[in-house]
Ligand binder design. Structure first.
Ligand SMILES: Nc1ncnc2c1ncn2[C@@H]1O[C@H](COP(=O)(O)OP(=O)(O)O)[C@@H](O)[C@H]1O
Ligand SMILES: [Mg+2]
Length: 351
């Protein structure tokens, strides 16, 4: 039986969502027959192994879920025959065959954990260091996609301390409504929809709470469509899902707390547009050197023009998240999905 370490929690603003995702992935991995080792990463960065006891408290409430107290402190180490979790109380190590970082955002989805696993010799589900880091950064993602000839939403980058006059000029050029967002964040944290240019300064301040780099974008008026990629030989694209969010802003609350957004696993779009989106999603996956999985998020305009909004290398994996939903809709239930992801990680590690 393969021993699969599932890493969850983490230091980012998406700690809680990661825990919700992990509950779903752990159940699926167990039913797929893996020997699951649960590692909760505390917000302060400590790695805690949960053996018998539940790792999450208030697991069915995304507003309150948190990592349980307890858990034995462990550290990832390289051993003669692969990686292991070394118990910090000195009582030995738990060897692991492969890891699935069910982590979202910084310190989980950004290449750091992927690098730690690589150094310890542990095969890892999903993208490697470079693709994780670039896809985490919305500015760098757009630069790579543009270079590959893939359309993106126009943007202006502002760094902390930059002249705000220039940001205001860019915003005036785009016109309202605008979106102001941290380059490296997720779950809509720190994002403001600006409908009045006078509110630009406050929106920039709100985004700079989360990052040193911020993007200003014109609001794209259209539909929000998502495509899931599952690596294999060759990588496969799912059908096209649609997010219908209130006021065209899929906010944190709409994502997790208030049920105000609808997630449609098969968007009502024509077959040619669906195929174009699938091909573009696969091209983006390749351009960014992704591996394992990614969810590629698009906007589509009224005349069928498409742009990529962003790429998530560790997309939400809760029971109601789009990534598992898109595959379930194609007949790949979550236990089979986890098996394919783990097999892909192992195959890449030995290639
Ligand atoms: N340029 C834009 N035009 C229209 N809607 C946008 C734009 N940027 C972001 N949004 C809205 O905000 C949501 C969150 O933005 P996104 O860039 O996907 O960040 P996150 O990484 O937090 O998901 C999107 O799902 C969408 O509803
Ligand atoms: Mg998004």
């Amino acid at each position: 039986m393969r021993r699969l370490a599932i890493l969850c929690g983490g230091p980012s603003s998406e700690h809680a969502i990661s825990l919700v995702s992990s509950v779903n992935v752990i159940a699926a991995a167990r039913s797929a027959g893996f020997d699951v080792v649960v590692v909760g990463i505390a917000p302060d960065g400590r790695w805690l192994h949960f053996a018998g006891e539940a790792h999450a408290v208030d697991a069915d409430d995304p507003a309150r879920i948190r990592l349980a107290d307890g858990g034995e402190p462990v550290a990832l180490v390289a051993t003669e025959d692969g990686g292991a979790l070394h118990r910090l109380d000195g009582s030995g190590a738990i060897s692991i065959d492969v890891a699935f970082p069910v982590l979202h955002g910084r310190g989980g989805e950004d290449g750091g954990v992927q690098g730690a696993l690589a150094l310890a010799g542990v095969p890892c589900v999903g993208c490697g260091i470079a693709a994780s880091a670039v896809c985490m950064d919305k500015d760098l993602t757009k630069i790579v996609l543009e270079r590959a000839g893939i359309p993106v939403v126009p943007w202006h980058t502002v760094r902390r301390g930059d002249d705000r006059e220039e940001a205001a000029r860019a915003a005036a050029r785009f016109g309202t409504p605008l979106f102001v967002k941290p380059a490296n964040a997720g779950s809509s944290v720190g994002i403001t929809k600006v409908t009045d240019e006078a509110a630009l300064g406050d929106a920039l301040d709100a985004a700079f709470v989360h990052d040193d780099k911020v993007l200003i974008e014109p609001a794209f008026v259209g539909r929000e469509l998502e495509c899931a990629i599952l690596d294999g030989t060759p990588p496969e694209a799912s059908g096209i899902g649609e997010i219908v969010a209130p006021d065209g802003f899929y906010s944190y609350d709409a994502k997790y707390l208030d049920d105000s957004a609808a997630l449609i696993p098969e968007a009502d779009i024509d077959a040619a547009l669906a195929e174009h989106i699938r091909e573009t999603a696969l091209a983006a996956f390749r351009a960014l050197d992704c591996a394992g999985l990614a969810r590629v998020d698009f906007f589509a305009g009224p005349s069928g023009e498409i742009v990529i909004n962003e790429i998530n290398t560790l997309p939400g994996f809760t029971a109601i998240s789009m990534y598992p939903k898109l595959w379930a809709h194609r007949g790949v239930e979550t236990p089979a999905l986890v098996t394919r992801l783990v097999e892909n990680a192992l195959a890449r590690a030995t290639a």
